[in-house]
Design a protein around this ligand. Sequence first.
Ligand SMILES: [Zn+2]
Length: 142
Amino acid sequence: MKSTNTVLSRKLLQMLKKGNKLYSILTGTCPKCHSESMYLEKNPYKLGKLFKMHERCSHCNTKYKIEPSFFYGAMYVSYGVGVAFAVAAFVISFLFIGTSLFTSFIAIVGTMIVFLPVIIRLSRNIWINFFVHYDPNAAKKK
Ligand SMILES: [Zn+2]
């Protein structure tokens, strides 16, 4: 049991390292070189800067807004991400804590509101990672 745990945590760590899409998605770093944040403000809860992004990556010169209104597509992703958060909130409150259906519903609504900035950022990160892939040499090429 212990050995499977270490294998699992090693795999998880590997997934969170540079070079893996999950790293870029979770940290909001440039999808091509993973060297710097795409956002002017890393903290999504500074709401005034939630959507403010750099024009290009200063390491690999990747243009984030691939075409005009590129990030509108992220709305499709945010639907899926939102559902994932809602399901998680429901499972935690209804199945684990054992609250009533109504309280679980409140928990879902509360979760959606509290995590909205995170959901929006995650969706953008996932969306751009569909189109731009990691290139370990990108930062050097510039
Ligand atoms: Zn870059």
